[in-house]
Design a protein around this ligand. Structure first.
Ligand code: ASP
Ligand code: MG
Length: 410
């Protein structure tokens, strides 16, 4: 019997009616002759609600207790879906992350899955149950509850699919797939039918609405992932690495696959830093220790023995980052630190860009023609990213979508 892991996002489970509708989708997958494991997110915005209550009770909520609290959101939806399934005459069982055997390290709030002991799930499937697993959580070796990071129910799904050697992983959400650009910004955005892991990872890391760690895991364990809507039966987007004729033809026709945008960006510049070995480490080590992830980094050529170092962080991390930088600035031989907020990243992504010149110049020219100033530039082999003012993001996305003819991409 094929084994399918499904995941339903919070907006697909926001009301009792939606929970029943998810349950009937799970029923259909089961009726089609599959062994079904479904993992669920917390209903609607309930994770945000729990975070808000916690912040009213404590200025700095204890991380262990916060994870116990946040895990309850997924426990609720998990029990409710199992209940609805039973009401529909199915054999079903709900399992917490711990019961499902999802073992993690003990970094509360962003725990990493160490391994999955699938024996309980396999036992339940063996006795004819549909298994519903609470997403986004696990348990340490000391039996403490952990959560895996915001949006990480996707990760639970892909990890379960990998651990169970499932035939496929289906992520159901409120959009019907991955688009060539955010359809809210670009009216001509097209749904992508199939995409490789590498391209999807870049799109997800630079703004497309999917948990990048789940793509990474799918890539490592070669789990094909379908992203589709829970609100309709449209086909969705399949993320996989199979040799697919269509993908190949598509790549030749259009080598930029998509545009990713992210408005949550701020930049910090440390001016006139002394230019000697160890300076970058002295700056970035403390940021890493404070768990602030730094993205684009530019160091200017040194003038008279000093250099300017500019980097971006999430807008939500900028104040914490400024504090850290100001603390080490003296050590770096400067006191001059500045920040710019309300920035955005816009990226073009496509494996076809490798070794083909012209993509960068087309991107920069198109932005210039639209009168959009580029603040910083960074690239990977299959991505070019520009930092621009966040007010320009919709315009930039539309212009680039046209420049790379993405409306013709499928
Ligand atoms: N409920 C969690 C969150 O909102 C996990 C998830 O939705 O995937 O971040
Ligand atoms: Mg959620």
């Amino acid at each position: 019997m094929p084994v399918i892991v499904q995941k339903y996002g919070g907006s697909s489970l926001a009301t009792p009616e939606l929970i029943r509708s998810v349950a009937s989708r799970i029923c259909s997958a089961h009726d089609s002759g599959n062994s079904v494991i479904a993992t669920v997110s917390a209903m609607g915005d309930s994770t945000d609600d729990l975070l808000s209550i916690a912040s009213q009770v404590s200025g700095m909520p204890d991380l262990r207790e916060l994870d116990v609290l946040l895990s309850t959101g997924e426990l609720q939806s998990c029990a409710l879906v199992a209940m609805a399934l039973k009401d529909m005459g199915k054999n079903a069982v709900s399992l917490s992350g711990a019961q499902a055997g999802i073992r993690t390290d003990s970094s509360y709030g962003k725990a990493k899955i160490a391994d999955i002991d699938t024996s309980r799930i396999l036992g339940e499937l063996g006795s004819g149950n549909i298994v519903i697993v609470a997403g986004f959580q696990g348990v340490t070796n000391d039996s403490d509850i952990t959560t895996l990071g915001r949006g990480a129910s996707d990760l639970t799904a892909v990890a379960l699919a990998a651990g169970l050697n499932a035939d496929r992983c289906e992520i159901y959400t409120d959009v019907d797939g991955i688009y060539t650009a955010d359809p809210r910004l670009v009216s001509k955005a097209q749904k992508i039918t199939t995409i490789g892991f590498e391209e999807m990872l870049e799109l997800a890391s630079y703004g497309a609405k999917m948990n990048p760690r789940s793509i990474e895991l799918g890539m490592v364990y070669q789990v094909p992932i379908l992203v589709a809507s829970s609100f309709n039966d449209k086909p969705g987007t399949l993320i996989h690495d199979g040799e697919n004729m269509d993908t190949k033809v598509g790549e030749i026709r259009n080598r930029v696959r998509g545009i990713a945008t992210d408005r949550d960006v701020a930049k910090i510049t440390v001016f006139s830093v002394v230019d000697r070995p160890g300076i970058a480490a002295a700056l970035f080590d403390p940021l890493a220790e404070s768990d602030i992830s730094v993205d684009v980094i530019v160091q200017n050529a040194s003038v008279s023995g000093t250099t300017d170092l500019t980097f971006t962080v999430k807008q939500s991390d900028v104040d914490r980052a400024m504090k850290v930088v100001e603390e080490v600035a003296n050590e770096l031989g400067t006191t001059n630190v500045g920040k710019t907020e309300n920035l955005a990243k816009i990226s073009i992504v496509g494996t076809g860009m490798q070794d083909s010149p012209g993509y960068a110049s087309n991107m920069f020219r198109s932005l210039a023609q639209a009168d959009i100033n580029i603040e910083m530039i960074t690239t990977s082999e299959i991505r070019i990213t520009c930092i621009i003012g966040s007010d320009h993001v919709a315009k930039a996305a539309e212009v680039l979508h046209g420049a790379f003819e993405l409306e013709k991409s499928e």
